[in-house]
Design a binder for this molecule. Structure first.
Ligand SMILES: O=C(O)CCC(=O)C(=O)O
Ligand SMILES: [Fe+2]
Length: 303
């Protein structure tokens, strides 16, 4: 059946009420039939939901723990110190985003989170860069010089997640019935902006105009999201406009599709609206990494 046929069937389906777990253990299996079987599951979820959990994603816990620890320390610094890295003062929006500086959904009063944005950078600057730091978001990252652990830990996670993202493109290609190397020449200097986020607890009377991050879709091909265990905040909108909780599931990352894949597939793949509200009474941290292609890739219909 063609993808369009599958999409027509999907349109008849019930709105989703949960988010599936996809096990990546067979992602690089030498047997194509096994990889294809995995890709078929991915395709189904991409057409119907646009959100999934990834299991066996291959990033060691220690790398995640270190990035979390360093992020907590950074966000606990005094505001004046953090404001030295204000993203509005840096080339192409790298650095610190204070609370309420963003507003993903203009109906609300601003996003109740602070963040720190980085783009491509080699961990060791030895002149052997694996790729060029070019494209629309080119420009150096900014880092607190007296807190080297922050750069080391956050960038180590960034590179581990980039490795994972690179392996996912062939899986998406298979899911779209394309050659597995379809994205290879389109992801040489792929867009890959990562944000470390801190959501303070939302306490007091519930005000629907106050959210951690307002309802939105992501822009790129897909997002890999690590969210802090044990704290429910992320929600995903289904076809009946119901908010479905996407709680952290131990041992998984969340993956959601973005507008670039939706546009590229003529909306066969779904870029699903989501938001986060941190009403659990505790501080919450999350780390999304937004994967696009090279900035100059032409989006020609691929299904
Ligand atoms: O923090 C989260 O769970 C969601 C973050 C998000 O949706 C985003 O940064 O685009
Ligand atoms: Fe998002």
């Amino acid at each position: 059946m063609s993808l369009v046929g599958v999409a027509q069937m999907a349109a008849l389906n019930e709105p989703f009420d949960h988010i599936s777990i996809i096990d990546l253990k067979d992602m690089c299996n030498p047997d194509l039939a096994i990889r294809k079987n995995l890709a078929d599951h991915v395709r189904d979820v991409c057409i119907n939901v646009g959100f999934l959990y990834l299991q066996n994603y291959g990033i060691p816990d220690k790398i995640i723990e270190d990035a979390l620890e360093a992020s907590k320390t950074f966000f606990s610094l005094p505001l004046e110190r953090k404001m030295q890295f204000d993203f509005r003062k840096t080339p192409n929006y790298k650095g610190y985003n204070p609370l309420l500086s963003g507003n993903h959904d203009p109906r609300y009063n601003g996003d109740l989170h602070e963040g720190f944005d980085i783009g491509w950078e080699e961990l060791r600057a030895d002149g052997n860069d694996k790729r060029a730091n070019d494209g629309a978001m080119a420009g150096a990252n900014v880092w607190p010089a007296d807190f080297p652990k922050f750069r080391e830990s956050v960038l180590t996670y960034y590179h581990a997640a980039i490795e994972l993202g690179r392996k996912l493109f062939p899986l998406f290609a298979l899911a779209l019935d394309l050659p597995e190397d379809f994205f290879d020449d389109k992801t040489k200097n792929a867009a890959a902006i990562m944000r470390v986020l801190h959501y303070p607890p939302q306490t007091g009377p519930v005000d629907d105009l106050v959210v951690g991050i307002g309802a939105h879709t992501d822009y790129e091909c897909f997002t890999l999201l690590w969210q802090e265990p044990g704290i429910q905040a992320l929600q995903v909108l289904n076809k009946q406009n119901q908010w479905i909780d996407a709680p952290p599931i131990p041992g998984t990352l969340v993956l959601n599709l973005g507008d670039q894949f939706a546009r590229w597939t003529n909306d066969v793949f779904k870029s699903t609206v989501h938001r986060a509200i941190n009403r659990g009474g505790v501080h919450r941290y999350s780390i999304p990494l937004f994967f696009g292609t090279d900035y100059d890739v032409k989006l020609e219909l691929c299904v």
